[in-house]
Design a protein. Structure first.
Length: 420
């Protein structure tokens, strides 16, 4: 387990790139399974989860290369040379591994995989995936630790699925399965995130027929075959939010050059309510922080609402804001586990159920804290930027799963950080 030593070094200033979205690239790498040949993905973040997905695809029979300059190529064999199974530890390393299920069933008619693992912030059931794929003709035999599925040699059939909740990953999985299904499929109450739309653009470039991207209803006309494509991954809006947050909490000014403000309108409104000055009039988005942030209530909601991945960052900023805020988590039970670590730094936060009451304090004080997931780790580093003395964030490897060269990008903005 590695650690990051963080010390306050005044307001952060400068420009930074966020690069491709983790929540898009992993699904888009899985989508390559749908067509034999060599696929090219650009603006790929250099993160651990991409490396794990490369290992997983290679175990399935593909080959992958990092070409530098954030480009990855993936060569996929014919369907009879794809291995529809892989070692359990690759599936257990991240939750996004579930997204190979739809492509494997669509292309090979079978799949065997360990249940996905990943960040520890509460259960995220896979029943939306299995129920939707079952409606397309897949048969599942799931145990406590594995999923075994087959289409019994038949092509997946088109269907209409109404998701109980607009699950991002379930939408991705069903969308990828439907593009090769027989007939016209409809996914109602589909996730509307920019990353889902980006996956759809990749699939269309491969020859898929999809209507309704960016809306809650996707209509997919199945085709018999797809071809490889050259696709550029959409910018990561959560990484963007992280760098904007460094400016707000330190009273500095930071521009994320490749940010898409239209993908994070509700968040930018909240950052303005916090007292930040947001400028998206030129390239990217910039944020300028006040002397002290202002309290503001926050509730997470499906897109276009405030994403749950933003919440640890927002809670950290509110912990040093003037006044009392209420933060409500509507999406995942258990995603307040980082609060105890913030309180160790001197924050005054109490939680009950889905709510956290954040009473802003004038300052935090450095100590040793531990990251339990990607966004919690980034939030604790954010806290360390303004905590008196030194803050040691243990488990920084979690952050590396979702942030490209995080420590050095912070240093370019003026942060004082050191990997231990």
């Amino acid at each position: 387990m590695s650690s990051l030593l963080v010390s306050p070094n005044g307001p952060l200033h400068g420009e930074v790139y966020a690069f491709g979205a983790k929540n898009a690239i992993l699904k888009e790498m899985a989508a390559c399974l749908l067509a034999s040949g060599t696929h090219t993905l650009r603006n790929v973040p250099n993160i651990t989860d991409v490396d794990i997905m490369i290992e997983l695809l290679e175990a399935l029979g593909c080959s992958a290369s990092k070409l530098g300059n954030h480009v990855v190529t993936i060569t996929v064999p014919e369907s009879d040379s794809i291995h529809p199974y892989a070692p359990a530890h690759l599936f257990e390393a991240m939750r996004a591994s579930i997204v190979v299920l739809g492509p494997l069933l669509a292309r090979c008619g079978q799949a065997s995989m360990a249940l996905p693992g990943g960040d520890d912030f509460g259960g995220r059931p896979i029943n939306f995936h299995t129920e939707g794929l079952s409606a397309m003709g897949a048969n599942f035999a799931s145990g406590e630790a594995a999923i075994v599925a087959t289409t019994k040699g038949a092509r997946l059939r088109a269907t209409r699925v109404t998701l109980e909740y607009p699950s991002h990953t379930a939408t991705d999985n069903l969308l990828m399965a439907a593009v090769l299904a027989d007939g016209r499929s409809v996914i109602d109450n589909a996730a509307r995130e920019p990353e889902v739309e980006d996956l759809g653009r990749q699939l269309i470039a491969m020859g898929a027929r999809i209507e309704g991207l960016g809306t809650s209803r996707l209509t997919i006309e199945g085709v018999s075959e797809l071809s490889p494509a050259d696709h550029t991954v959409v910018t990561d809006r959560v990484v963007t939010a992280t760098y904007l947050a460094t400016a707000l909490i330190t009273g500095g000014e930071v521009r994320v050059v490749d940010a898409h403000p239209e993908h994070m309108e509700m968040l930018l409104k909240k950052l303005t309510a916090f007292g930040g000055i947001i400028d998206s009039s030129s390239e990217g988005v910039s944020a300028k922080g006040p002397v002290r942030l202002t309290a503001c209530d926050v509730a997470t909601l499906p897109y276009p609402g405030v994403a749950t991945d933003y919440k640890p960052l927002l809670t950290t900023m509110l912990s040093v804001a003037e006044g009392t805020s209420v933060v409500t988590e509507n999406l995942f039970v258990g995603r307040f586990r980082y609060v105890d670590e913030l309180n160790r730094l001197g924050a005054d936060i109490s939680t009950e159920g889905h709510h956290a009451v954040v009473r802003g304090v004038p300052k935090l004080t450095g100590t040793t804290v531990r990251a339990t997931d990607i966004r919690a780790g980034a939030a604790l580093v954010l806290a360390g930027l303004v905590a008196a003395g030194e803050t040691t964030v243990e488990g920084i490897e979690h952050v590396h799963r979702g942030y490209d060269d995080f420590e050095n990008r912070l240093k370019t903005l003026g942060a004082k950080v050191q990997v231990l």
